[in-house]
Design a protein around this ligand. Structure first.
Ligand code: B12
Length: 215
């Protein structure tokens, strides 16, 4: 697909036009475009523009919510596409992933979950606003090799460190790797809280989890 297509896709998010977004995405799927390109070169650019305008006070929360709904409709279709493109093979490892307590952003976390799944990992997505105890429970119940935590907000950042501390208390930290992500998360912060890695986008997440789990 060409730049004009990705620009149009970004514009549907900016305009809050879910009908046009779904139409364009279905069209792209039919033409066998790379679904991750549609997310990163198209939809994500649109939501980032609305997010920047929101930050600058040019657009307001209802418009941001509308844009996010459009983005979510598009990514849901593309996630299905990403998942079904994954080769059926023995899982490379078991991941639990979620957005930490205090944060309801789920688009980026879900994209990362789908892309990891498509790349051969068995991924359990435990959703948004996840309590510390719920992370621990999910890691234990699923016998996970790796935990992924996401936040886009500054305040809940500290929760990531609290989950890692709790993992240590429960004796889980030696065998379970931890990767963190989301726009406020830096390499420096990740090492401060004792995480093993930070992923800056879905492709980076696949690369880093691969290194952590020795794949
Ligand atoms: C869409 C959006 C929303 C939507 C969310 C819809 C949804 N279902 O998720 C809605 C409108 C609901 C929303 C609400 C709020 N939002 Co908001 N939102 C955004 C926005 C514009 C885009 C986020 C997004 O989806 N990006 C696209 C995806 C694909 O990218 P991503 O999330 O960054 O994820 C990628 C990477 O970060 C990474 N990644 C992410 N997670 C993980 C996890 C792991 C393990 C790994 C390895 C990698 C990884 O890989 C992903 C794929 O590439 C951002 C702007 C921004 N700059 O991020 C603001 C933004 C995050 N929101 C912001 C705010 C303030 C809020 C609200 C508090 C607003 C309010 N006053 O109520 C509420 C949050 C309430 C709460 N308790 O959570 C601020 C945060 C400021 C801060 N530093 O704390 C931002 C930065 C906007 C701004 N400029 O002010 N928001």
């Amino acid at each position: 697909m060409d730049q004009e297509y990705f620009d149009k896709l970004a514009q549907t998010v900016i305009d809050g036009d879910s009908e046009e977004c779904v139409r364009l995405v279905k069209d792209g799927i039919q033409q066998r475009m790379n679904p991750l390109d549609a997310i990163e070169k198209g939809l994500a650019r649109g939501i980032m523009k609305v997010g920047d305008d929101f930050g600058a006070g040019v657009v307001f929360l209802p418009e941001l919510i509308m844009a996010a709904d459009v983005m979510k409709k598009g990514t849901e279709l593309l996630d299905e596409q990403i998942a079904s493109s994954g080769l059926k093979r023995e899982a490379l490892g078991k991941m639990v992933i979620g957005t930490v307590k205090g944060d309801i952003h789920d688009i980026g976390k879900s994209v990362v979950a789908s892309v990891l799944q498509a790349n051969g990992y068995d991924v359990v997505d435990i959703g948004i606003d996840v309590e510390i105890e719920a992370f621990i429970k999910a890691v234990k119940e699923n016998n996970a090799d790796c935990l992924g935590m996401s936040t886009l907000l500054t305040l809940p950042l500290q929760v990531m460190g609290e989950v890692i501390d709790k993992m240590k208390e429960e004796g889980l930290r030696d065998r379970v790797k931890v990767i963190v992500g989301g726009c406020p998360v830096t390499e420096e912060f990740a090492s401060e809280i004792g995480a093993d890695a930070v992923g800056f986008d879905a492709a980076d997440a696949v690369k880093k989890v691969g290194v952590l789990l020795g794949n």
